[in-house]
Design a protein around this ligand. Structure first.
Ligand SMILES: Nc1ncnc2c1ncn2[C@@H]1O[C@H](COP(=O)(O)OP(=O)(O)OP(=O)(O)O)[C@@H](O)[C@H]1O
Length: 294
């Protein structure tokens, strides 16, 4: 998918299983929104194939509209329309909509139902856009950064809602910059960079792939870290990062901890604290996409 000379999405390939939550992660400008908007039928790719619920998002757009919910990254409502009016209007276009009042209460929108969209705060607009995306009971919902700008309460309410959508069999595809959101909500994560998928998997599998975990322990300063390194498995690094504070980086498993304990016992060293640190999805994301700003 190109915009003039800019190739925004470049041979990106992914499949989403029905009834699951899929998170598309990536640095700014990676091509996430372009990918989602192509699936929504708002953009025509110059090459490649897109199928949504087995249909073509553009030529089958009329058939897909009642089955797919869309929350755009911004906007999506008429600027002068009042929040309730807008939501009731969208609900009236669907055969079997959700209860609008219950949804308003659920998303804490009672206080601004008669406020025109353009006068809502960013977070209030986000909530209305989310409500508009799901009020028609879609089979598939696309949420582009659904919790950007939301306060923690609204974020958690959104997470609960997405989990309930999954429980009721709805398929969700979302983008987010919040790694904890992806870890909490999604069954499958795809990391996109420069218009391509560079890593895929469950959040847990992705977090534990790549760089190794670490063990931090404290003991008396000046331990012979080279000697300790020789006692531990190959590819394990040991550093005294500050006097008496040691970090072991490597393939951390029970055998490594047992070896560390035995080595310390043999040296007459009492470890004061031993902490195994798991690599997070964010660590892996930064490892894959680099730390440079985009
Ligand atoms: N309407 C447009 N016209 C021209 N170039 C565009 C347009 N929309 C996006 N791009 C370019 O396409 C690339 C991908 O943008 P896209 O919005 O898909 O990224 P993104 O991953 O969603 O980023 P973000 O995390 O910032 O929302 C970027 O280089 C961007 O500058």
């Amino acid at each position: 998918m190109r915009y003039g000379s800019v190739t925004a999405v470049d041979g990106l390939s992914l499949t989403v299983e029905p009834g699951t939550v899929t998170a598309i992660l990536g640095p700014n400008g990676a091509g996430k929104t372009t990918t989602i908007e192509t699936c929504e039928g708002f953009r025509t790719p110059q090459s490649g194939t897109v199928r949504v619920l087995g249909l073509d998002p553009i030529s089958d757009g009329r058939k897909l509209k009642p089955r797919v919910g869309v929350m755009l990254q911004s906007g999506g409502a008429w600027s002068g329309a009042r929040a309730y009016e807008m939501l009731r209007h969208i609900a009236s276009l669907h055969a079997n909509p959700l209860d609008v009042d219950a949804l308003i209460e659920r998303l804490g929108m009672q206080g601004y139902g008669t406020t025109p969209f353009r006068r809502l705060s960013g977070g209030q607009q986000q909530r209305l856009s989310l409500a508009m995306a799901i009020v028609g009971r879609p089979e598939l919902v696309f949420l582009d950064e659904p919790t950007a700008g939301l306060d923690p309460q609204a974020r958690h309410a959104t997470w609960d809602l997405v989990s309930e959508l999954r429980d009721s069999g709805v398929t969700t595809v979302l983008t987010t910059h919040f790694m904890d959101e992806a870890e909490t909500l999604s069954d499958q994560v795809h990391i996109v960079d420069a218009g391509q998928v560079i890593a895929s998997g469950t959040p847990q599998a992705l977090a534990s792939s790549g760089a190794k975990n670490t063990v931090r322990f404290t003991a008396r300063p000046g331990l012979d870290v080279v000697k300790l390194m020789h006692a531990l498995p190959h590819d394990t690094k040991v550093d005294e990062v500050s006097p008496g504070a040691y970090v072991i980086a490597g393939d951390v498993d029970p055998a490594l901890l047992a070896t560390l304990s035995a080595w310390c016992a043999g040296e007459g060293v009492l470890t004061e604290s031993v902490l195994v640190e798991r690599q997070t999805l964010e660590d892996r994301f930064l490892e894959l996409t680099g730390k440079a700003l985009r």
